[in-house]
Write a protein that binds this ligand. Structure first.
Ligand code: ADP
Ligand code: MG
Length: 322
């Protein structure tokens, strides 16, 4: 449905997107996940034909976005970042305007407008000015704009940013239901967000794709690495040396100072080993008092950070080689 081949986007000397490749199949809900400035919006703007790639090729349902841009664009409904700025239009006027922009025939227009207003649950407010709507409603208006013309593909840039939890749930439910009949790409900088809606996640950082996986696979990636969280009494001890001398320990990281004077650390061990007993015994021997000792379950957030950190290390290594 969507093929992205060796795509690069440069703004002057600055490379915002660096040689990305991915494919999206019909019916998939895919998350483009990355921190601010990663290149998500730039990538989406290229997919929609809003900006041209500096290099590479983008094929949308068989049509090249630069060579067959009209046909390619017809396949796509785009919801840009932020909410619509057409404050002086009513909801219905805005949707009608979008229908004109997309050159929907007069014959189909009325039915099209009715349908998207219904799909996005905006019937009650269709004659209200956009300016008077809440952030959650405005987001749905923007979604209605994307749905005009019944595109097969929806591209949603940060669809839940700035919404309160109730509005987030509403938008999520809407996206999921639209996912039954559309191919969807949405961007987010929040991992839990993407893992709840999407079946495939493309992780992007500093313009590069660092992983493409299912939320479950991402979790698997860090599952084997064990970490133990330990809270101990502050003492003049070389905690790093003591801890890393325990067999199986890879690393100890300082987490935080607690108000009661204790310190929290994270101890990372080799795969599939439980080092809690060894830690307990070693610390007892060294007269270090343990206040808390618990095994940490890896979360998707950890997987994300790990992948980004791995990416950074890779870059530093490259720099070192030059
Ligand atoms: P994201 O959506 O992931 O937050 P963007 O795609 O908006 O990231 O931006 C990626 C990088 O490209 C950022 O460093 C941003 O400052 C830069 N950038 C985005 N648009 C432009 C532009 N029009 N001109 C110059 N730099 C830009
Ligand atoms: Mg963005």
């Amino acid at each position: 449905m969507i093929e992205v081949k060796n795509v690069v986007k440069k703004y002057g000397d600055f490379t915002a997107v660096e040689n990305i490749n991915f494919n999206i199949k019909e019916g998939e809900i895919v998350g483009l996940l990355g921190p601010n400035g990663a290149g998500k919006s730039t990538t989406m703007n290229m997919l929609t034909g809003f900006i041209e790639p500096t290099e590479g090729e983008i094929i949308i349902n068989g049509y090249d976005i630069t060579k067959k841009s009209q046909k390619a664009k017809k396949q796509i409904g785009y919801m840009p970042e932020g909410v619509p700025l057409y404050n002086d239009l009513t909801v219905k006027e805005f949707v009608s305007y979008m229908a004109d922009l997309k050159m929907i025939s007069k014959r189909d227009k009325k039915e099209n407008i009715r349908k998207v207003i219904e799909q996005t649950n905006l019937s009650d407010v269709q004659n209200k000015l956009i300016r008077n709507l809440s952030r959650g409603y405005k987001q749905r208006v923007s979604m209605a704009g994307a749905l005009v013309g019944a595109p097969k593909i929806l591209i949603l840039d940060e669809p839940t940013v700035g919404l309160d939890p109730k509005q987030i749930t509403e938008i999520r439910t809407l996206i999921k239901s639209l996912g039954k009949s559309h191919t969807i790409i949405l961007s987010s900088h929040i991992l839990s967000e993407v893992s709840q809606i999407c079946e495939k996640v493309i992780i992007i950082n500093k313009g590069k794709i660092i992983a493409i996986a299912s939320p479950k696979e991402l979790e698997e990636k860090v599952k084997n690495e064990n970490s133990v969280q330990v809270t101990i009494e502050e003492k003049e001890k070389d905690i790093e040396k003591i801890t890393t001398s325990i067999k199986g320990v890879k690393q100890i990281k300082f987490v935080k100072d607690n108000e009661d004077g204790t310190k929290e650390y994270l101890i990372i061990s080799e795969e599939n080993t439980d080092i809690r007993k060894e830690i307990f015994e070693k610390y007892a021997k060294e007269d270090i008092t343990i206040y808390e000792l618990k095994k940490q379950e890896a979360t998707l957030e950890d997987a994300f950070m790990k992948l980004i950190e791995g990416n950074k290390e890779g870059e530093e290594k490259n720099v070192g080689n030059i």
